[in-house]
Design a protein around this ligand. Structure first.
Ligand SMILES: Cc1cc2nc3c(=O)[nH]c(=O)nc-3n(C[C@H](O)[C@H](O)[C@H](O)COP(=O)(O)OP(=O)(O)OC[C@H]3O[C@@H](n4cnc5c(N)ncnc54)[C@H](O)[C@@H]3O)c2cc1C
Length: 295
């Protein structure tokens, strides 16, 4: 295959060329992510990123100071080591960058699991802990989710962001994934495939294993949330609108109420103080993908 063109007079010309070269992708979605590729853009983002207290205190808010470095890290434009070094250089005490560096650690961890299990990353690594078996979940993503037309405004807003930016905040990814798997009872694999079609940082390891974490096929319990959690971490966006008007009734109630609604066959412990991933139990895999009993 001939080398692709590299010089363009402007971004429009580049986009037109790519549409021509990849007609199937162009037919699938009219959107072009605003992320600008390449090393220069990556370095500019790195230079304005916040790695210390501001990151740690705001990262769970959709308006928080997250770096949006994921596309550059995913495609090898920046290495994890240089991002870590930039973070350490910015703070006066190494501990101040601990939260940020632990997130880089998550990326590294998922890559290592992927290196061990390979394509089995598409299979449930463990059974669901939802009181349901995999057979209880639909194989395909319903069209209303696929096209962001569920009628639940906050879910449709997340879909629109995913389609137009090719990026979602981590919390948005968790909300959307949990909606697909737990509220709509669709297999996580269908959602993971859909994310990979749209994300500019789409990565089989971080994506599939995060979906498995939400689903509970790679964690000890399912991730779910309620409307208070959405209100808190979306800032003022939905504060004055009635959840009933927004179509969000399904998220109303305490965690206990939601858990009983979503997982009627089991009794889930209430532990939702931190809307963030708790590490899965360290699982070693043998080459055949089976769990290694040695701990
Ligand atoms: C359902 C779901 C799907 C996801 N799919 C992807 C994916 O395809 N590609 C991808 O890179 N990340 C994925 N993530 C992880 C995470 O959401 C993104 O890495 C993060 O939101 C990227 O934004 P950022 O660069 O602004 O993050 P920051 O908070 O600024 O973090 C800096 C870097 O740390 C790494 N990182 C941060 N949080 C996580 C995390 N929870 N897991 C792994 N690495 C993390 C990323 O490389 C990120 O660029 C997914 C998470 C969920 C819940």
């Amino acid at each position: 295959m001939a080398d692709m063109r590299r010089d363009f007079k402007d971004r429009e010309e580049l986009v037109a060329y790519l549409r021509e070269q990849f007609p199937e992708a162009a037919a699938r979605s009219p959107h072009v992510s605003p992320f600008i590729g390449g090393r220069t853009s990556a370095e500019s983002r790195l230079a304005v990123s916040k790695f210390g207290a501001e990151y740690a205190q705001t990262r769970n808010y959709v308006t928080g100071s997250v770096t949006r470095l994921s596309p550059y890290i995913r495609h090898g434009v920046l290495t994890l080591a240089e991002v870590r070094d930039a973070a350490l250089a910015q703070v006066s005490r190494a501990e101040d960058a601990e939260k940020f560096i632990s997130e880089l650690g998550w990326r590294d961890y998922w890559q290592r699991v992927y290196a061990q299990v390979g394509d089995k990353i598409w299979q449930d690594l463990e059974p669901y802990k939802t009181g349901f078996t995999a057979d209880d979940y639909a194989d395909e993503l319903p069209d209303d989710i696929r096209y962001g037309e569920t009628g639940v405004r906050f879910i449709d807003d997340l879909c629109k962001e995913l389609f137009t930016l090719g990026y979602l905040h981590n919390h948005g990814r968790m909300w959307l994934a949990a909606y697909v798997v737990h509220w709509r009872r669709v297999k996580w694999q269908a959602g993971a495939r859909w994310f990979l079609e749209h994300l500019v940082d789409g990565d089989p390891a971080s994506n599939n294993l995060s979906w498995q974490w939400v689903a509970s096929t790679y964690s000890h319990k399912p991730y779910y949330y309620n409307w208070d959690n959405v209100l808190r971490f979306t800032g003022k966006k939905y504060l004055n609108a009635s959840p009933r008007i927004l179509g969000n009734e399904a998220f109303l109630g305490t965690y206990e109420v939601i858990a009983r609604r979503l997982f009627p066959n089991i009794d889930l412990e209430h532990d939702h103080s931190q809307p963030h991933q708790s590490p899965p139990k360290p699982t070693r895999f043998k080459q055949d993908g089976k769990k290694d009993k040695r701990r």
